[in-house]
Design a binder for this molecule. Structure first.
Ligand SMILES: [Zn+2]
Length: 378
């Protein structure tokens, strides 16, 4: 009997944890991720994109125009590699807090003899979709998307950015890196590696990296069909951030792409683009989750409560919901009543004193839907 109780309590608490994390707003944006193979092919068609090549600057131009068409201001963060110019591409989406940032990075260069569809067209296309779909959602934190160049020459773009461009006064909540999101054609692509900072140069940022990566893994479970596995962060653009003490996390494909990597075979037809699309959905969900959407679930705005003032009973109607959780707050924001109710049924006025209250409704999973003032006058 006690075991049964324990099980019930356990299930209940697990539900609460998941409920707090799951957001209809994020789920709705994730569904909008689209046309991944087409975007990957466009990137591939530029040819090998090594730093200093014409294809590299054409991809820069392509991305710049794409971001500008979405309404972003594009900053070119230029630097020299041997005798040639290279440039990181930076765009920003401001949140309510304009000094705390989520940085999402993906290099856009490839090695000399590679189309780079997976390394790193997959990461580039992810940032394109994140830029498009995050723009619609008000967030608490600000988001900075950076497409680094010269990653393949030894992380030169991200080294340059952290050393010269990043404002040391910026509060960086996390740096999420997207490099080789996979999957590989004809292989098992059901898993995704979530990368965490296991030591490296600085140890003070490890614990928070583990926490952020745990969250990242949970987001993949919540919003995609992929199963997260953990791996160590290494050898891509988060490393310059790590050695300067910033908190990092990243995703990397789990299936074996080594046969095609850094070769002319790194092409879309050797990828499993369904898997890539899933990874990109997870990357978008993580970016949004880390940035904290402000309105965490406005499922419906059509909301009507009557009679108001209410004496002994009231009703309310709301679009798209059968059963909701209501919470009643007093004038100083304290919750004074809450109950799960069916929409449209007669609801007895809770036993609180007469006065003005805020009546808020939530989904059963506790995602906020809407609020109205309710006057109780017996
Ligand atoms: Zn790469």
């Amino acid at each position: 009997m006690q075991k049964v109780y324990l099980l019930i309590i356990l299930c209940f608490s697990v539900n609460i944890v998941l409920a707090q994390r799951y957001s209809p707003v994020i789920a709705q944006q994730v569904k909008k991720v689209a046309n991944i193979p087409e975007k990957l092919l466009t990137y591939e068609d530029f040819g090998p994109k090594f730093t200093g090549s014409l294809a590299n600057s054409l991809v820069n131009k392509w991305l710049t125009t794409y971001y500008q068409n979405l309404g972003y201001q594009v900053v070119q963060d230029s630097f020299k590699v041997r005798n040639q110019w290279a440039s990181n591409i930076i765009i920003e989406k401001l949140g309510a807090d304009t000094s705390t940032w989520v940085i999402v990075g993906a290099h856009y260069d490839s090695v000399t003899d590679s189309y780079g569809a997976n390394d790193n067209g997959s990461g580039v296309v992810a940032t394109m979709e994140i830029a498009r779909l995050i723009a619609e959602i008000p967030t608490q934190l600000s988001v900075r998307i950076i497409n680094f160049s010269a990653e393949e020459q030894g992380l030169l773009g991200s080294e340059h950015y952290v050393a010269n461009t990043l404002n040391p006064n910026d509060n960086i909540s996390v740096m999420l890196n997207l490099d080789q999101l996979g999957g590989t054609r004809y292989q098992d692509n059901s898993k995704i590696t979530c990368e965490r900072d296991e030591g490296n140069r600085v140890s003070t940022n490890d614990e928070m990296s583990f926490k952020k990566t745990d969250t990242l893994a949970q987001i993949f479970r919540d919003y995609t069909v992929l199963e997260p596995v953990f791996g160590p962060a290494f050898s891509t653009d988060y490393m310059p951030f790590e050695k300067n003490g910033y908190v990092i996390t990243g995703i990397y494909q789990e299936s074996d792409y080594s046969f095609f990597s850094h070769s002319l075979s790194d092409r879309v037809f050797n990828m499993d683009t369904d898997a890539t699309s899933q990874v990109i959905q997870g990357a978008l969900a993580a970016s949004l989750y880390f940035a904290r959407p402000l309105d965490n679930g406005s499922v419906s705005s059509n909301f009507f409560l009557f009679p108001n003032p209410a004496k002994s009973n009231f009703h309310f109607l709301v679009d798209g919901q059968d059963k909701v959780l209501y919470k009643l707050y007093n004038s100083i924001g304290q919750e004074v009543a809450s109950e799960e109710v069916f929409v449209g049924t007669k609801i007895p006025v809770p036993s609180v004193s007469n006065g003005l209250y805020t009546f808020s409704i939530y989904t059963i999973e506790e995602s906020y839907i809407n609020s109205t003032k309710l006057i109780i006058a017996r």
